[in-house]
Design a protein around this ligand. Structure first.
Ligand code: CA
Length: 233
């Protein structure tokens, strides 16, 4: 089942960006642009996580957060607060508003996605597997550790996220553009050749003994985690 995320944010450019990137991660996304409307919505149905802006028309994010924490049904609801630089005060830093996490704008999309994923896993560990495996490759999301045939492998953050993304979608072919969108996030302009560079690095790291390459290059299409590999592994 897809996790449902409610985004409460009044900046249209940001809601577009959040919707696009969260949907690309296979979340169901609802957007509400006013604090008071979000309050009403959350009395009707409770999502799995809320991304909540601090400054909102109708009712502030802080006040909404306080109200949600006061209701038994939403006491445990995972909340990530968005705050603009400058609004960031001791109050939000100490998370005394009741938010589980906060992110300062402008933020990087991969950072936000990582926080969303971490919070969802913490709230409902049964929903998201913490250990992903494929053949003799094992990736432990809680410990952020990767191993091949039981031997630990050190990956940089981008290579780690690339491998995690491939493991989440074994056998599916992704174009360079799709990989850029899903792994790097759409707000950053990066040349598509960057994808090749990082795939090259990941391949080198994951195949220390020139073992079987789990990543397949699909000519003219992109890259995929080789599903034949799993049967062999
Ligand atoms: Ca705002």
């Amino acid at each position: 089942m897809k996790a449902r995320i409610l985004v409460v944010e009044d900046e249209e450019a940001l809601t577009t960006l959040l919707r696009y990137n969260l949907e690309a991660q296979d979340y169901d996304v609802d957007i509400v642009t006013r604090g008071d409307e979000a309050d009403t919505r959350l009395k009707e149905s409770i999502p799995d996580l809320v991304v909540l802006d601090w400054m909102l028309p109708g009712l502030s994010g802080i006040e909404l957060c306080r109200r949600l924490r006061a209701r038994p049904e939403t006491k445990q609801l995972p909340i990530i607060m968005l705050t603009a630089r400058g609004e960031e005060s001791e109050r939000v830093r100490g998370l005394s508003t009741g938010a589980d996490d906060y992110i300062v704008k402008p933020f990087s999309v991969p950072e936000l996605l990582a926080r969303v994923g971490a919070l969802l896993r913490r709230a409902a560990p049964e929903r998201v597997a913490s250990v992903l495996t494929h053949g003799d490759i094992e990736l432990d999301r809680d410990k952020r550790r990767v191993a091949r045939a039981g031997r630990p492998i050190e990956l940089g953050p981008t290579e780690y996220r690339l491998l995690e993304f491939f493991l989440e979608h074994p056998g599916r072919v992704f174009s360079r553009e799709q990989l850029l969108d899903s792994v790097w996030g759409r707000d950053i302009y990066i040349d598509e050749r960057t994808v090749d560079v990082h795939i090259g690095r990941l391949r080198k790291l994951i195949n220390p003994d020139a073992a079987e390459d789990p990543i397949r290059t699909v000519r003219g299409a992109g890259y995929a985690l080789d599903d034949r590999f799993q049967k062999a592994g």
